[in-house]
Design a binder for this molecule. Structure first.
Ligand SMILES: O=C1C[C@@](O)(C(=O)O)C[C@@H](O)[C@@H]1O
Length: 159
């Protein structure tokens, strides 16, 4: 099983940015932890972060047929990243949406996301833990799909 963990803009600044909200953990530390868990859980994980919407679209397109699922923190693109959402829904890649902060408590534009409706689930507000919980969630979802019908047939509507 291959899962991509995709981060939108400024998530590379973890550890520096608004530490009162996101904590002092760096992305490198989160990635190390996820790599360790991926070994234990026997899943291939692929990491991608960009501050540019088109680069995220390119990444998803390149991986379109290789991926079984995505954990995405659209970050600053949550409210506006239609082309990213289109890429994910192009062949129906199942995704879990994560946000480290409690976007509902923060309110305003933070609380709005165009990714909500199509996500298989959401993990919000648990700081760095959202990534491993999101990974666990998408893995479970993919497994459950496979026990009913082939995930790729499901995605292409061939069933
Ligand atoms: O960049 C981010 C990070 C975020 O997605 C989060 O992980 O809590 C919340 C977004 O509103 C914000 O723009």
């Amino acid at each position: 099983m291959k899962i991509a963990i995709v981060n939108g803009p400024n998530m590379n600044l973890l550890g520096l940015r608004e530490t009162g909200i996101y904590g002092t953990v760096t992305w490198k530390q989160i990635e190390d932890r996820l790599n360790k868990l991926a070994g234990e859980w026997q899943v291939d994980v692929l990491f991608f972060q960009s501050n540019h919407e088109g680069e995220i679209v390119d990444f998803i397109q390149q991986q379109l047929h290789a991926l079984d699922g995505v954990v995405i923190n659209p970050a600053g693109f949550s409210k506006t990243g239609y082309s990213i959402l289109d890429a994910l829904t192009a062949v129906g890649i199942p995704y879990v949406e994560v946000h480290m902060s409690n976007i509902f408590e923060r309110g305003g534009w933070h609380a709005e996301s165009i990714f909500f409706a199509n996500a298989v689930g959401h993990v919000i507000g648990l700081k760095a833990n959202v990534y491993e919980l999101g990974l666990r969630g998408i893995m479970q979802h993919v497994k459950e799909q496979r026990t009913s019908i082939s995930g790729k047939e499901w995605r292409t509507g061939a069933h």
